[in-house]
Design a protein around this ligand. Sequence first.
Ligand SMILES: O=C(O)CCC(=O)C(=O)O
Length: 305
Amino acid sequence: MASSSSTTHPPVLKQPVKLACVQLASGSDKAANLAHAAVKVREAAQTGAKIVVLPECFNSPYGCDYFPSYAETLLPSPPTPDQSPSYHALSTMARENAIYLIGGSIPELATSASDPSQKTYYNTSLTFSPTGTLLATHRKIHLFDIDIPGGITFRESDVLSPGNQLTIVDLPEYGRIGVAICYDVRFPELATIAARRGCFALAYPGAFNLTTGPLHWELLARARAVDNQLYVALCSPARDLAAGYHAWGHSLVADPMAKVLAEAGEGEGIVVVELDGERIELARRGIPLRDQRRFDVYPDVSRVQ
Ligand SMILES: O=C(O)CCC(=O)C(=O)O
């Protein structure tokens, strides 16, 4: 039964921290995309941001036709440096700027050890520590398969396989952050579980489009924020009308009361927001959802495996 008396909860964000979403323009040259990302991550870090988020598929154009040719196997110690370039570029960006880097996402190729001809592709986000160590790997769980007549048809599952684990990353000085990718934001269960496991924020590298972007991008960020009373950061590529896929842009951060604190436009830009644990606690004290849940009436999704 829910309790209406105030329960004490430890703060979920240990100290204020600046988070930056880097809305990047990427093209077809992977090496150029990585070099450009490094410049922009440095710019973001120079604002004092200690957590930096990149967009979905920041090292390639976005589309099923591109995933196999841009995919790389994630190798911490590649036999030659040109293998696994995105992994190593991201690790270097995190280390050189002493930041936590939620490295957008990249197409990943996983090859079966027993049968190297068996290839599996994922849409994968890598998070690195300020020393450049890989902290987490999130493989997009919910693949972007939609068909809106007159709008957009997309079938990631034609090429990609889904991940099957939710990702919560421990940032020792700050607390926990949940990481998922784009379409994953539509699934509130994932966000709720992350929140109930103590996350102060959810970060979604994403790339909405010109059909669902104007309708749902901000709405979903604010919905996940208000449901869970935490910060939500969405990081998009910049819009490029010459590309095959037109990203919505509008990277943003919503606060625990679902207020959008900062938002980019369509072009490149860096959105920087200071996340403050007191804002989370204030929202949770004022509207004490945590202590009012009626698990006697409905199941606790955070306990559903
Ligand atoms: O959910 C949407 O409308 C867009 C999702 C998307 O673009 C993606 O998952 O990459």
